[in-house]
Design a protein around this ligand. Structure first.
Ligand SMILES: Cc1ncc(COP(=O)(O)O)c(C=O)c1O
Length: 420
């Protein structure tokens, strides 16, 4: 919980809105975000990187709702995108295209052409084949594409293997040991303008040592490139700062992170680009759900919620644990241990195992905490369950920022060919 998502008397509030007020008119499950939390997190991050030329390019994949992007754009933030769709979202929300970095291992020619035509800060290139495609597309448009190489430093970020990206056997980046020769090759291509270097070693990182080692490797590379007369303008150090989901998690010290960046990279005369995602939005969101049934099996108590793994899949994907709390603490009754599961026909549709739930009865509303990042963006319509609505709260106001589609809208996207 954070100070904008807390109990007032016995009711859960997001800023000045009682969440129970929303459940009166909107069927659960749904996400609720606190705009003030997003703004606070952005400002906190910005303060920690004061004293050098830094640009925050929010990682759109963490939560790409237009209302979130618009909040960040209004604070002067840029965007880290991984598809033309995310690029278009960012621009629609008011992000300056000159503050957009385009990451990802699978950029396609139409995506490269369209972003190049309407401008961007840099492509973060992940392979030689991609470099050659970008060179071809840019030359065809009589342009020079601004590029950085994403280097893979082969560093263990000490995080879940499914969210580690900086090890040699991950698919991301070019091996740092080959970077010099690849930069040299790129410097000879007419459609390419080298502007930077990029790295992102993983997500939900709590150990700053992995960052330290990575930054030191970058300094060595930048110095080697200088000797080849390749001077960089931008050092993009990715995202990855962890947040505290449960009492077992350790939150890295933000000030220490800022100091580390300043000490190691601050004197190189480059702009430092940051791509935080989870840090900006993670604790800003809750997923509100209703208890459908309590069920006893031979040796377990199950609490079946109306939210399922299609609405929130971090648990099924990474085994992530999220705290679950009641919307109202008014009820009396015993706390009980439950396996909290969704209604989807998969055993992995399990949110929490043997978890102490406070006084939950069938029909009660509960909230999963800290689901603002990698929550709604990863949802699907599996089991033909419509995508869940998203609500943004700002002080006393709230607004539906993504509506639940009707069944007709879902079916209208599909066709039954009129075949015998
Ligand atoms: C290239 C890149 N940048 C930034 C991020 C954001 O990471 P985080 O949400 O951990 O800050 C990711 C997440 O996977 C990423 O792949």
């Amino acid at each position: 919980m954070n100070k904008h998502i807390s109990y007032k008397l016995s009711q859960l509030f997001v800023e000045d809105v009682a969440v129970s007020e929303i459940t009166e008119s909107l069927r659960t499950p749904f996400y609720v975000y606190s705009r003030t939390t997003i703004k606070d997190n952005f400002h906190r991050f910005k303060r920690s990187i004061e004293g050098f030329d830094g640009l925050i390019c929010y990682s759109v994949k963490a939560n790409s709702n237009l209302s979130v992007l618009e909040t960040i754009a209004k604070l002067g933030g840029g965007a880290d995108v991984v598809s033309l769709g995310e690029y278009k979202r960012a621009l629609r929300a008011g992000v300056d295209p000159k503050k957009v970095v385009f990451s990802g291992v699978g950029k396609q020619d139409f995506e490269i052409a369209e972003t190049l035509k309407s401008s961007l800060l840099q492509f973060n290139i992940e392979s030689i084949s991609e470099l050659e495609l970008i060179n071809k597309v840019a030359s065809g448009l009589n342009k020079q594409a601004p590029i950085a190489f994403r280097v893979n430093p082969d560093i263990d970020a000490g995080t879940h293997e499914n969210i580690s990206t900086g090890k040699a056997d991950n698919k991301f980046g070019i091996p740092i040991i080959n970077a010099k020769e690849i930069y040299e090759y790129a410097s000879k291509l007419n459609g390419i303008k080298i502007v930077g270097v990029d790295v992102h070693i993983g997500s939900q990182i709590s150990n700053l040592n992995a960052f330290r080692q990575t930054f030191e490797n970058l300094v060595n590379l930048i110095n080697d490139l200088k000797k080849l007369n390749i001077d960089l303008e931008n050092i993009d150090i990715g995202g990855g700062l962890g947040i505290k989901y449960t009492d077992d998690d350790i939150e890295p010290d933000l000030q220490e992170y800022g100091t580390l960046v300043r000490q190691i990279l601050g004197n190189l005369n480059c702009r430092i680009i940051f791509e935080p995602g989870r840090f900006i939005v993670g604790n800003s969101g809750i997923l509100v759900t209703k208890v459908l049934y309590k069920k006893k099996s031979q040796n377990k108590n199950f609490l079946i919620t109306d939210a399922g793994m299609n609405d929130f899949s971090r648990t099924a994907l990474y085994g992530a644990a999220h705290r679950l709390i009641p919307l109202s603490k008014e009820k009396s009754g015993e706390a009980e241990f439950f396996d909290v599961v969704g209604p989807v026909c998969e055993t992995t549709d399990t949110f929490l195992k043997n978890y102490l739930v406070e006084k939950a009865e069938e029909g009660d509303f509960l909230a999963f905490l800290d689901v603002g990042a990698y929550g709604a963006v990863l949802s699907s319509e599996y089991n033909t369950r419509p995508l869940v609505p998203e609500i943004m709260v700002y002080e006393k106001r709230y607004e539906m920022v993504r509506a639940r589609p009707t069944y007709e809208e879902i079916f209208d996207k599909e066709v039954m060919p009129n075949w015998e």
